[in-house]
Design a protein around this ligand. Structure first.
Ligand SMILES: [Zn+2]
Length: 147
């Protein structure tokens, strides 16, 4: 077996799983398996494309096939298109909603008020906006006025 192809078969799905988890909150292990399957499909396709060449069984082609540069070219012909296809698939996916802390969702514990400067929601008890630094000196916002 070809060492470069074998190591890319492991490393590329790890990378894909990592990207899917970090960028879209997807399950990395699932995308590892998906990437692995896509690579197998690309490898089988490339292999059958080679075997169907009319000059496949000639000694010249077999000698070329045995060269290390050929292995690199073969590995790249599998992993460049499969990586591009997988990244396009990941980036067109909608972002998965997650419970708890997230970069783009405000913390929902306790009551909230809307910052007059940036219109983001911040905790009612906050004295300073966590998004823009707007100071909340206004007592009305934190303490309901007595009737
Ligand atoms: Zn603000």
């Amino acid at each position: 077996m070809l060492w470069l192809t074998v190591s890319l078969f492991i490393l590329q799905p790890i990378f894909i799983g990592f990207i899917a988890q970090r960028k879209k909150h997807r399950i990395g292990a699932v995308w590892f398996v998906v990437a692995f399957a896509v690579n197998i499909a690309f490898a089988l396709f490339m292999d059958s494309a080679q075997r169907s060449r009319p000059d496949f069984h000639t000694p010249e082609y077999q000698a070329l096939h045995a060269k290390p540069a050929y292995e690199i070219a073969f590995a790249l012909s599998i992993f460049i298109p499969s990586t591009i296809a997988l990244l396009i698939a990941i980036f067109t996916l909608p972002k998965r909603r997650v419970e708890g802390n997230s970069d783009d969702q405000p913390v929902t514990a306790g009551a909230l008020k809307v910052c007059p400067d940036c219109a983001e929601q911040v905790k009612l008890e906050a004295r300073k906006c966590r998004f823009c630094g707007h100071p909340f000196n206004d007592a009305r916002l934190s303490d309901p006025a007595p009737l």
